[in-house]
Design a protein around this ligand. Structure first.
Ligand SMILES: Cc1ncc(COP(=O)(O)O)c(C=O)c1O
Length: 321
């Protein structure tokens, strides 16, 4: 019996298996299709519920996480929300460490779900609402301090393979199945690189000719080898201009795409008005990149993207004027 036809034992069983929707209004007049995976329909309204569940269950399985042990992780809000849900249901205390540069909705949601939320001030040179790599370094330092102090398990999304495995085992195969294996290209805005790495691995394993593109903010495209000229972009959840992304396998990258704040915002607003899909900045960036692919190297192809999180998480920003 399919999931929608039965009672689920917990919210954890409602994670994943999200719908895949064709953006047919967006692609009118273009050759090709864009298929968008509605990750904002996960219980915590983002794709990060998937990795929270995988990281915790991997650590339970191999004994790195003990019964009742505290879990700590840094977050731009979404991983923390996923971990708050997973830890809440499974009975682990959870501490979320987040920059004050992320939106207040996220901190309030994590707290409502039972997390202890530790907010870290931004660097004096940073712009409120625009989290830079330097801001993230401060959050990392605080997370490390708390892990020591609480003898906690670090649900380290930048390093643990559970982040990749969640998308390799589930998100990627779901897209292949739902699309009838018609996807020819995939593009993804990079934070930890977990969803890129996992989906790309699943796609390449199915068909090595599926092209996988990294999406970065214009002005902070360091993975593409460009100089960092604008660390203070507005696309929350990624684009940290970090030199090292241990989860990403270089051989899975077929190309690099850059999206400006303005394009990400314009496309996120169009997604809401024209397609009825209420998502955030990075979802706008992913769809902007997919449109670019259809207008250039992937004309006529079917391109898959994730709509990473809900537009509700940005009500306090000017994404929605
Ligand atoms: C809204 C949003 N978009 C995109 C990303 C990037 O995803 P990943 O960490 O899998 O690269 C994140 C990560 O936190 C996010 O919260």
């Amino acid at each position: 019996m399919s999931r929608s036809q039965r009672v689920l034992p917990s919210a954890l069983d409602a994670i994943g298996d999200t719908p895949l929707v064709e953006l047919s209004r967006f692609t009118r007049g273009l050759q090709g299709r864009i298929l968008a995976k509605l990750e904002y329909l996960n219980p915590g309204y983002s794709k990060k519920d998937r990795i929270a569940l995988q990281i915790i269950e991997d650590a339970e399985a191999d004994g790195r996480l003990r019964s009742g042990q505290t879990v700590v992780e840094l977050t731009s809000g979404n991983t923390g929300t996923g971990l708050a849900i997973v830890c809440g249901v499974k009975g682990y205390p959870f501490v979320a460490v987040m920059s004050r540069g992320n939106t207040v909705e996220r901190a309030r949601m994590m707290a409502a779900l039972g997390a202890e939320v530790v907010l870290v001030d931004q660097l004096p040179s940073s712009v409120p609402g625009q989290v830079s790599g330097g801001d993230l370094d401060l959050v990392e330092r605080e997370a490390q301090r708390l892990v020591k102090e609480r003898e906690a398990f670090r649900a380290d999304q930048f390093r643990l393979q559970g982040n990749v495995r969640a998308h390799y085992l589930h998100t990627g195969p779901e897209i292949l199945r739902q699309s009838g294996r018609t996807v020819r290209a995939y593009c993804d805005f990079v934070g930890t690189g977990g969803s890129f790495a996992g989906c790309a691995a699943a796609f390449k394993e199915d068909d090595p000719s599926i092209r996988c593109y990294l999406v970065e903010p214009a002005g902070a495209a360091v993975l593409a080898g460009e100089a960092l000229t604008d660390p203070n972009h507005r696309i929350q959840g990624g684009g940290y201009a970090m030199p090292d992304h241990p989860l990403i396998r270089r051989e899975h990258i077929d190309g690099y795409l850059q999206v400006s704040d303005e394009e990400a915002i314009r496309v996120a607003r169009r997604l809401a008005r024209e397609e009825g899909l209420f998502a955030g900045f990075s979802s706008g960036a992913n769809v902007a990149a997919a449109l670019h692919l259809l207008q250039t190297t992937c004309a006529g192809a079917t391109v898959a993207v994730l709509l990473c999180d809900s537009g509700l998480k940005y009500l306090s920003t000017d994404l929605w004027p």
